[in-house]
Design a protein around this ligand. Structure first.
Ligand SMILES: [Zn+2]
Length: 337
């Protein structure tokens, strides 16, 4: 059954089914949660369930009818999505107007329309404002879903018109199951990736790539060397991020995964600096981490960890990635006199 494809989020599925059964399904939803936990997939499965022509149970898609197939292929005439165009940082107002016009059309198949704003983090004031009227009075039968990583980027006028639905990070077992479905065959590899992914499938997928371990090696070795080469490290990190292509979410994931590696290394160095036992260190890493421990000492290491965590927050808040990368490296490559 189609909902089975959505891992985790049992509480969210339950609340949608409950509201639908009671005839109280809302019209405007704001899905909020970290990248890569299944918000988009959930929105698509919801659209399928609403537009399915032969639902086997209430709010459940059959996954076989033309309606289900067309939602899956994003060709259904009553299913509309809006993304930030490649290379842009914001949702342009003209595209938002065209999206609203599509939503306002009478449904061509049944009595429902579903509209999903996939990059609701990227509203600018103009596009948010042009969406307000549709949000205020959704066309009859329309269900609107906005997908965002946090509430703080949304205008109060948007927030007050949506029902907020929270998506938590997945547990490691669910991430491993998604990886299995995506074709990662080796169970040990799945388990390792799931453990490192912090509940995000997108992160796990990003980690399943030899290039990232190469970058980790360059970075940890470079940062620990007696004279870190800022420019070389910035270039390696930035190239890795840029290699994600036009997909800005994938770029953010890559930048953030690298910050995660740094935080991990700094935490281990901190334990060493405090004289704690650190088990299971990679033999190549150990001398580097000891060098970092000795060079910086516990207070500075703690401060660096905080800087990295802050930087990760800025990645999520869509600060320009090159600025974040440079500011992190500027800190961690600084050698005390
Ligand atoms: Zn169907």
């Amino acid at each position: 059954m189609s909902w089975d494809r959505v891992r985790g989020h049992a509480d969210v599925k339950q609340s949608f089914r409950g509201a639908f059964a009671a005839g109280r399904l809302g019209q405007s939803f704001l899905f909020v949660g970290p990248d890569g936990v299944g918000k988009q997939l959930f929105a698509r499965e919801l659209a399928k369930a609403l537009l399915c022509e032969r639902p086997p149970a209430p709010l459940t898609a059959c996954d076989h009818c033309p309606g289900c197939a067309q939602v899956e292929a994003e060709t259904h005439p009553d299913y509309h999505t809006l993304r930030t165009p490649a290379g842009k940082q914001e949702l342009p107002v003209d595209e938002m107007r065209a999206f609203c016009a599509r939503l306002a059309r009478k449904p061509s198949r049944g009595n429902r329309t579903v509209g999903v704003v996939i990059d609701a983090d990227d509203f600018n004031a103009e596009s948010a404002n042009s969406f307000l009227k549709t949000l205020e009075e959704p066309p009859p039968g329309a269900v609107l879903v906005l997908i965002a990583t946090g509430l703080d980027r949304q205008l109060p006028t948007i927030l007050s018109r949506c029902q907020v639905v929270r998506f938590q990070p997945l547990n490691a077992a669910d991430v491993a199951r998604v990886l299995e479905a995506e074709g990662v065959e080796d169970p040990a590899r799945r388990e390792r990736l799931a453990r490192l992914a912090g509940g995000s499938v997108a992160r796990a997928v990003a980690l399943d790539d030899d290039a990232i371990w190469q970058v980790r090696e360059t970075l940890i070795a470079g940062v620990a060397s007696p004279r870190p080469n800022f420019a070389k490290l910035a270039e390696a990190w930035q190239k890795f991020v840029e290699d994600a292509g036009d997909d800005s979410a994938a770029k953010r994931t890559r930048a953030s995964v690298v910050i995660g590696f740094l935080v991990d290394a700094l935490r281990q160095a901190l334990r060493l600096a405090l004289g704690s036992e650190v088990g299971g260190l990679d033999p190549a890493d150990e001398p580097r981490l000891r060098a970092l421990a000795e060079r910086h000492g516990p207070d500075r290491l703690l401060e660096l960890i905080e800087k990295c965590v802050e930087a990760d927050y800025r990645v999520e808040r869509r600060v320009q990635l090159i600025l974040v990368i440079e500011s992190v490296l500027e800190q961690v490559t600084r050698v005390p006199k």
